[in-house]
Design a protein around this ligand. Structure first.
Ligand code: SF4
Ligand code: SF4
Length: 340
């Protein structure tokens, strides 16, 4: 089984983000410092262009890409120069302290070649970004880029968040107190369609409406996600992250076309297990080789189980696919714990 060449994906300029949301599949947050180097960025964009022939589209993201605005501008310019289809820049809008700031930054990005933006709005982002900033960013983006080029992910949360106020952040705990854990859990997991990987399962798994023992995931392998999805994320360290599998790397990319050409999943022992047997197979491996015990723990989805087992395995041996290490150190948000 060969790695199918990607046709869409995200370029993570950093894991750094002032939000540190509890649902973040890449475990981003304020403790991270590094940014993608300019040289690597240019090399990567050229490699993407060369590899993906007729790409559907790529987005630029962090962490929070606006925290290094010069690098973001450069990335937009280079995409434009290379003729790479840049779908959007993704932002949490925390930087948009007033309308003028929003206009100035978005005009600069438009001049660099940006056509579209995705602004995140959710109970998770509102823990650190007041709704007012999101709405200001939306207004400014509509003015500069045109309403049809502003994606708000997710519109339907705006009215709900507004009930708690627009000027201040709203702790997630408040939602749980107001709606109760069941309704809040269903709103978060079903309403937002949370991906249970990264920090989401670790921080919010206890609120998931449906939770399962590890055996439930027996036989659910990850060949589709790892080898065939054609969607990829590149992190600032050069890791090739399949689909949304934060903390899992198929390797560090230098020459992208040859990386795809010669990639053999059987050379990475944990990737091999995940491709063939999924996270339950990984759990059995961790149990057999290292005595891992999950007790009676239940999981919100297969990626939640996967992250839990990988967190245990990271550092047990030199598993090069479990990287960056800081992903595993940041699986708990810097925000106050939700569970008693
Ligand atoms: S999900 Fe939250 S923590 Fe993760 S990158 Fe987006 S805004 Fe930052
Ligand atoms: S279970 Fe693991 S390898 Fe499979 S899709 Fe989820 S995060 Fe990726």
């Amino acid at each position: 089984m060969k790695l199918r060449p990607f046709d869409s994906g995200g370029i993570m300029l950093s894991y750094r983000c002032q939000c540190g949301c509890r649902h973040c599949v890449y475990a981003c947050g304020p403790r991270w410092q590094d940014w993608m180097s300019r040289d690597f960025l240019e090399n990567l964009l050229r490699g993407i262009k060369e590899t993906s022939g007729n790409p559907k589209g790529f987005h630029l993201a962090g962490g929070e890409a606006f925290l290094n605005f010069d690098l973001l501008l450069l990335a937009v310019e280079k995409c434009n120069e290379l003729g790479l289809p840049l779908e959007y820049v993704e932002t949490n809008a925390g930087w948009c302290v007033d309308y003028e700031t929003g206009l100035a930054k978005l005009k600069a990005l438009k001049e660099a070649g940006l056509r579209s933006i995705l602004i995140s709005v959710s109970p998770f982002h509102t823990e650190t970004v007041p709704l007012e900033r999101s709405l200001t960013a939306i207004r400014a983006a509509e003015e500069v880029l045109g309403a049809g080029n502003v994606i708000v992910y997710m519109w339907q949360f705006i009215d709900l968040i507004a009930r708690f106020g627009r000027e201040n952040p709203v702790p997630l705990k408040t939602w749980i107190e107001v709606f109760g854990p069941e309704a809040a859990g269903s709103l978060f997991w079903d309403g937002y369609a949370l991906i249970p990987g990264g920090r989401a399962g670790v921080e919010l798994g206890f609120l998931a409406p449906n939770k399962y023992p590890p055996e439930h995931f027996a036989g659910k392998n990850c060949a589709e996600e790892i080898l065939f999805s054609r969607h990829v994320h590149f992190d600032p360290y050069g890791n090739y992250i399949p689909l949304f599998c934060g903390g899992l790397s198929l390797g560090k990319v230098e020459n992208l076309p040859s990386f795809i050409e010669i990639f053999d999943y059987r050379k990475l022992p944990l990737i091999k297990i995940l491709v063939e047997d999924g996270p339950y197979g990984l759990f059995l491996f961790a149990q057999r080789e290292f005595g891992f015990n999950l007790g009676n723990k239940l999981f919100a989805g297969k990626c939640h189980l996967c992250v839990e087992v990988r967190k245990f395995l990271q550092g047990k041996a030199d598993f090069e696919e479990l990287t960056p290490q800081a992903f595993y150190e940041n699986l708990r948000s810097h925000l106050p714990p939700l569970e008693e």
